[in-house]
Design a protein around this ligand. Sequence first.
Ligand SMILES: [Zn+2]
Length: 205
Amino acid sequence: MRNNLDLSFTALIVVDFQNDFCPGGTLAVSEGDQIYPVVQDLVNEFEDRHRPIVFTRDYHPSNHISFVNRGGPWPPHCVQGTYGFEFFPKLRIPDNAAHFFKGYLKDADAYSGFEGCLATNGTITGITLESWLHSQNVHQVYITGLATDYCVKATAIDATRAGFDTIVITNGVKGVNVSPHDSERALNDMKQAGACLLEWPARHG
Ligand SMILES: [Zn+2]
């Protein structure tokens, strides 16, 4: 079935697959690590087809506005220069992948990858995700990563608003679920915004 998917105008967006959002991290998504096989399989497939692959990451200063010690909702997470900011260790990142950092200003939070900017060799540029995707002639995005009810949702909804045909990979996302069913509701919100939901037929092992 996957061979029939036309990905000629598609980019993959992997949202925030970072240590702090995985079990053992400071803002762990329960079973967040279990999306790994699907995420890696998607990365491999897009790489095989020479399609653009985007990784977004929270890149917070240690005094970030979203942290509890500044009156925000979250424990400190994904702080610049820490292990928690790094990718889930098993994840293999293609050399030519595009990296977008968000939430790097101390007084502004950002859930959506579309609020991030391209980082080349760790240096943040002024290039937004939307403009970068257009520069790659991308019309469609596949979205996977963490967490369903926050950054995945915000990224998917922004993608639809920016006019991209938006596909959310249901078996490649996991939610925080502060309230039960938050993930389910988030997937519904994404659908309402015009995104499609797809279970990726991953090859395991
Ligand atoms: Zn954050």
